[in-house]
Write a protein that binds this ligand. Structure first.
Ligand code: F6P
Length: 360
C-alpha cells in the first residue's frame, strides 16, 4: 500500500501535442487509486506562487485528450536557479521556495512533464529531496533513453502533409521548394518527414552539407526529367565548416533561437542552380494542433506509468518508450545528453540508397 496521498503535476519547456493526454492519464489514474492531484501552473511556478496550484479531478480533464497545448500552461525560462524570485510574499531563492512550497501544500510527489530543460531542473529537485517521476516531452525526439516521445509523430505527420502540398506546387512551377522544419540538434523530424514526404534532399544537423553538392543533385534530377525538387532542412542544419543560423543569441540561460537555415539554403540553391527557388518555415505549426492517435496512446501510457511508479515508490525515474514496454530509467542517465540521428540509422541508409541527397 502506497503512502502517497497527494501529487502535483506540471508541464515545463516548449509545448508538444500530447501534453494534455499525459495530464489526463495522470489525473484519472491517480484519482482512481485514491490519490489527490494538484495541477501546478506554468511549470514550477505552480510551486512558487501560492495561487498557481489547483485541484484536478477526472471532470477537469474530460475532453482534453485530443487537445494540443497544455491546460496547465508552460514556461521556458532557461536556468531558473540563476535569478531570485519576486512574489507578493517577498523575494526568494528559487530552489528554496520550491522546496518550501512543496511541503507547505503537503505534496507527497511530483510528475514533471517536460524536455531536457525540465528534466534537468527536476533532477536538481530530486537530489534536494523531492520524490518525483519525469515524463519526457519533445517534438524533436532528441531525449536519450526513449525511442520516441509524444509530439514527434504529430510533428512528422504535419511536416509530411506540408511536403505533400509543396510537391504539387513545386512540380507545377518546376521550382525548388525548401522547407525548414524544427530540430535544433537532431534531424529526426527532417529525416522521418522527408522520407515520408518523398523529399529529394534532406539536410540534418548531424551531417554538415555542401550547397554545391545539393545543387548538383538538383541539376541531376533536371537531367532525368524531374524538373522540380523538394529540399527539407532542419533548423539546426549547418553548411560544412559554418555555424548554425540564429535569430537570437543565447542569453540568461536561454538557448539561442534558431531560424533562417531554410532561407539561407534556398538563396544558395537559387544562385547555384539558376532555378527559381522558394522556401517555407513550418515553425511552431509543428507543435500546435491535435496529437495523432500514436501520440495520444504514447502520452496516455507515459502518464499511467508515471503514476504507477509513484505508487510503487520508484522515484528519480523517467518513463521511457522501449517497445513493446514503457520502462523506468534513472533521470541522471538522461539529463544533459542529446539523442542525435546515428549515421548508420537504417532509415538514413535507406534514404541514401533511394537516391536522397544529404548534401555530403
Ligand atoms: O525543442 C523543440 C523546439 O521545437 C526546437 O526544435 C525549437 O528550436 C524550439 O523548440 C523553439 O522553441 P521556442 O520558440 O518555443 O522557444
Amino acid at each position: 500500500m502506497s503512502s502517497v496521498k497527494k501529487i502535483g503535476v506540471l508541464t515545463g519547456g516548449g509545448d508538444a501535442p500530447g501534453l494534455n493526454a499525459v495530464i489526463r492519464a495522470v489525473v484519472k489514474t491517480a484519482c482512481n487509486a485514491g490519490v489527490t492531484v494538484l495541477g501546478l501552473e506554468n511549470s514550477f511556478d505552480g510551486l512558487i506562487y501560492s495561487d498557481m496550484a489547483r485541484p484536478l479531478g477526472p471532470k477537469d480533464v474530460t475532453g482534453i485528450l485530443r487537445l494540443g497545448g497544455t491546460i496547465l500552461g508552460t514556461v521556458n525560462r532557461g536556468n531558473p536557479f540563476a535569478v531570485p524570485i519576486e512574489t507578493s510574499e517577498g523575494t526568494f531563492n528559487y530552489a528554496d521556495r520550491v522546496m518550501e512550497m512543496f511541503h507547505k501544500i503537503e505534496l507527497d510527489a511530483l510528475v514533471c512533464i517536460g524536455g531536457d530543460g525540465t528534466l534537468g531542473i527536476s533532477y536538481e529537485f530530486y537530489k534536494r529531496g523531492i520524490p518525483l517521476v519525469c515524463v519526457p516531452k519533445t517534438i524533436d525526439n532528441d531525449i536519450v533513453g526513449t525511442t520516441s516521445c509524444f509530439g514527434f509523430d504529430t510533428a512528422v505527420s504535419f511536416a509530411t502533409d506540408a511536403i505533400d502540398r509543396l510537391h504539387t506546387t513545386a512540380e507545377a512551377h518546376r521550382r525548388v521548394m525548401v522547407v525548414e522544419v524544427m530540430g535544433r540538434n537532431a534531424g529526426w523530424i527532417a529525416l522521418h518527414g522527408g522520407v515520408a514526404g518523398g523529399a529529394d534532399v534532406i539536410l540534418i544537423p548531424e551531417i554538415p552539407y555542401e550547397p554545391e553538392k545539393v545543387a548538383e543533385s538538383i541539376l541531376k534530377r533536371d537531367e532525368l526529367g524531374a524538373r522540380f525538387s523538394i529540399v527539407v532542412v532542419a533548423e539546426g542544419a549547418t553548411v560544412k565548416n559554418q555555424g548554425r543560423i540564429i535569430v537570437e543569441a543565447a542569453h540568461g540561460g536561454h538557448a539561442e533561437r534558431l531560424g533562417g537555415a531554410g532561407k539561407a539554403c534556398a538563396d544558395a540553391l537559387e544562385h547555384l542552380t539558376g532555378k527559381e527557388t522558394r522556401h517555407v518555415v513550418l515553425g511552431h505549426l509543428q507543435r500546435g494542433g491535435a496529437p495523432t492517435a500514436f501520440d495520444r496512446a504514447l502520452a496516455t501510457r507515459f502518464g499511467g506509468k508515471a503514476v504507477e511508479l509513484i505508487l510503487r515508490g520508484q522515484f528519480g525515474k523517467m518513463v521511457a518508450n522501449n517497445p513493446p514496454d514503457i520502462v523506468p530509467i534513472p533521470i541522471g542517465e538522461v539529463v544533459g545528453k542529446t539523442k542525435t540521428v546515428p549515421l548508420d540509422y537504417d532509415l538514413l541508409q535507406t534514404a541514401r540508397a533511394l537516391g536522397v541527397s544529404f548534401g555530403d
